[in-house]
Design a protein around this ligand. Structure first.
Ligand SMILES: Nc1ncnc2c1ncn2[C@@H]1O[C@H](COP(=O)(O)OP(=O)(O)OP(=O)(O)O)[C@@H](O)[C@H]1O
Length: 728
């Protein structure tokens, strides 16, 4: 091995030279695309769309070209991968990285096969744009064409419309700031909530900025106080509303709704927001707003908008807007363009929208990276002198001059970034790793520090990839399964003992043995059986809470370091330790992840439950018999338990290990991030950052090739989208 970069090149397959000729007509292109569908490179849908485009242009008397068929299939393929459009410049410059074709895990191509890069090697972006411009299938949005070309960006019509709707909704709100808030009342409220001082308090600045605009974004990393800030903001807004209200008998309060894209994220915000609202010094604020004027219940966006089973359409839309004055969306990085466009459609023109989230996290699974796009310039703020002056007058804080810019854009004036973590200080390895990952720089020194326990919250485990690839029970996976059982306290400095976070003691890290012992040791006895369900609910709550203390997070599903293999390994290890009694099928202790929405049961994709044995059934003799039920936390954040029979669960999988993608919106006391031994397209900086930041107090990194981790962190994903440009 000659250093990391040489090694990294070796991780990819050799590229064979092709001998086949390029498709010269649309039918030939469709045949090639058929082959790609067969190989699972693209979806049948992508091929079908290309065929559809060829058909409709033929009906117009146009001879469809091979390139039109290929580009139609590729834009559909890109949307399936989370992009809103296909950027022709990127396609020509970096064909295979742009399309991620061939995809992860496929074997080498036959020597005579065409590679995607061969198709676009001899054509310039200008030629492709000109060719598209001549086709009747492509328009600029004015005509009813299936494809839209906007500069070098090729869109499916539906996604172009979403982006236009979002940009329109934002622009309209950015332009309408008049009489939103009384600045002097706001200043008084903010001083009460945050105190006075000239040092920049970015939470106070974010509140002021969001109070000033009908549309605003507050972004920040983990523990930077997004929840704290929004609670203060809502208190300040209700305070100003109450103080400025006339005595006309109309409620002085603003109608506020809190939402999140998933049930898990909604439940997490519900949990943290309640305490923050309780601590508000409301009686000292102008107008002395009631505590009940600040909501603590968080609902999913789908529920808020009124989803209808089997329909993409929501009950709330332009004709039936949401009855609210302020909508807060937490974990906004997970919202895709489709859902975001529906939010704007249902939002009354005068309502405020406040988006909260971490701009550096993985984007939504479906197309779009709305929050990331909106926050592209957040780091340097770009506040106009007029904005900076207003912020200084309302908050009393001096804004650092690098954050001002005489060329700031309208959107910049509505984006606030929180810059100080209250959870991770400069000694926290989780905090340091998160910052280094975001900067794209995981250097040797930092890795050595992690390996040598320089940080008390980070453990480094080196997995032997060679033996892991050799199969089950190999030392690489053995190590991981053992770690999952105990949490490997011995791998942390001082065995994880005696740690304080914000002056509060923190328990040492645990593994899955922890929740399995709660199942065994805290099960209600005979009293619980006779005295009703609450004992069982308490027990299940403790089990679910215990299960949240640890999670194995993987980049991949397949391979020795993927979810599927590790789930088997870990189950085997837990069974070997006598903590579960089997590894397949349904058994007490089996944790499950819901993989598809089930509206009848009220379970959503991503919900997690734990299987428990309860003595609720009766046999013919009337005696109680143990039966398995899966305990899920209620989706409304009320803390109650839903007990569901396993036979009713249609789409579930075991979840000792889960993908980083699925873990978005969740947080675990101890997260174990498994870095695979090969580079794959999904392994990016955003994925590593999202994995690291799922850890609240303890992080273990399982790495077999340092080079892979370093290279992954060097690779940021750029989602093709035109939203930022539409707002510039
Ligand atoms: N200004 C502050 N001063 C002191 N502590 C603070 C401040 N702001 C937030 N905190 C504390 O920091 C922790 C994280 O705050 P909060 O939950 O608001 O952050 P967040 O950005 O929403 O976190 P998450 O990463 O969980 O989304 C909480 O314990 C909170 O009480």
């Amino acid at each position: 091995m000659t250093g990391d970069s040489g090694y990294i090149q070796d991780l990819f397959d050799e590229v064979p030279a092709h001998t086949a000729s390029l498709p010269g007509s649309a039918p030939e292109a469709l045949t090639l695309l058929d082959d790609w569908v067969e190989r699972d490179w693209i979806r049948a849908l992508d091929h079908a769309f290309a065929a559809f485009v060829c058909n409709i242009v033929s009906e117009q008397g146009e001879q469809p070209s091979a390139m039109l068929a290929l580009l139609a299939a590729m834009v559909s393929h890109q949307v399936g991968r989370g992009h809103v459009c296909l950027d022709i410049n990127h396609l020509c410059r970096d064909t295979e990285p742009t399309l991620v074709l061939p995809p992860e895990g496929v074997g080498a191509l036959p020597a005579d096969s065409l590679r995607p890069s061969d198709l676009f090697a001899d054509v310039s972006p200008g030629e492709l744009v000109a060719l598209l411009g001549q086709s009747s299938a492509v328009g600029d949005g004015e005509q009813a064409t299936p494809l839209i070309l906007d500069g070098s960006r090729l869109y499916l019509r539906r996604f172009w419309r979403y982006e236009q709707a979002i940009a329109g909704g934002i622009r309209m709100r950015l332009a309408d700031r008049a009489e939103l808030v009384d600045s002097s009342l706001l200043a008084r409220a903010l001083d009460t909530l945050f105190g006075t001082g000239q040092e920049p308090d970015y939470q106070k600045i974010a509140c002021a900025l969001a109070a000033r605009n009908r549309f605003s974004v507050i972004t920040g990393g983990p523990g930077t106080g997004k929840t704290t800030t929004v609670v203060n903001l809502l208190a300040a807004l209700q305070s100003v509303a109450r103080e400025s209200a006339g005595a006309d008998g109309v409620s002085p309060y603003l109608r506020i709704r809190l939402s999140a894209p998933t049930g898990k994220a909604a439940a997490r915000l519900s949990e943290s927001i309640g305490g923050a609202v309780d601590r508000l010094p409301l009686e000292q604020l102008p107008g002395r707003p009631d505590r009940s004027a600040i909501p603590t219940q968080v609902t999913t966006l789908h529920r808020l908008l009124g989803s209808r089973p089997g329909s993409r359409k929501f009950r709330h839309n332009e004709d039936h807007p949401l009855p609210l004055d302020i909508l807060v969306i937490d974990e906004a990085s997970m919202v895709d363009v489709d859902l975001m466009a529906s939010v704007f459609a249902a939002l009354p023109d005068k309502a405020r929208l406040i988006m909260l989230g971490d701009k550096d996290q993985l984007a939504s699974v479906d197309a779009g990276a709305v929050l990331g796009e909106l926050c592209q310039r957040a780091e340097a703020a770009h506040y106009l002198p007029e904005t900076a002056q207003w912020l200084e007058s309302v908050t009393g804080c001096q804004l650092p001059s690098p954050l001002t810019d005489t060329d700031g854009l309208p959107l910049d004036q509505a984006v606030a970034m929180l810059r100080k973590s209250y959870r991770f200080d400069e000694h926290s390895g989780i905090g340091v790793l998160a910052i280094a990952t975001n900067a794209g720089k995981l250097d040797r020194q930092l890795i050595s520090q992690c390996r040598e326990q320089a940080f008390e919250d980070v453990a480094w485990l080196t997995a032997d990839s060679g033996s892991a690839r050799a199969g089950a029970n190999a030392p690489g996976t053995e190590l991981l399964a053992g770690h999952a059982l105990t949490g490997s306290r011995e791998r942390f400095r001082n065995n994880g003992e005696g740690r304080l976070v914000n002056n509060e003691p923190v328990d040492p890290p645990v593994g899955y043995g922890h929740y399995l012992r709660i199942i065994r040791d805290q099960k209600p006895g005979a009293a619980g059986e006779t005295e009703g369900r609450e004992h069982w609910d308490h027990w299940a709550t403790d089990v679910l809470e215990g299960f949240n203390h640890f999670k194995v997070l993987c980049a991949l599903r397949q391979g020795p370091f993927g979810v599927e293999g590790l789930n088997r390994e870990i189950a085997g290890r837990l069974c070997g330790a006598g903590l579960v009694d089997r590894t397949e099928g349904w058994y007490e202790g089996r944790p499950v992840l819901i993989t598809g929405n089930d509206y009848n049961l009220g379970l959503m994709n991503g919900d997690i439950g734990v299987t428990l044995s309860v003595p609720w059934d009766r046999n013919d003799a009337g005696e109680s018999v143990d039966t398995l039920r899966v305990a899920f936390p209620s989706s409304d954040g009320s803390g109650t338990i839903r007990w569901i029979s396993p036979s009713r669960l249609q789409s579930v999988e075991t979840v000792y290990a889960m993908t980083v993608h699925k873990s978005q919106g969740s947080e675990f006391t101890h997260a174990c991030l498994v870095i695979p031994d090969r580079l794959t397209p999904v392994l990016t900086r955003e994925l590593v950052y999202t994995g690291i930041t799922r850890a609240r107090h303890w992080l273990s990194l399982v790495v077999s090739q340092q080079g892979v981790l370093k290279e992954a962190v060097g690779r940021g994903v750029i989602r093709a989208s035109g939203l930022a440009r539409l707002l510039s």
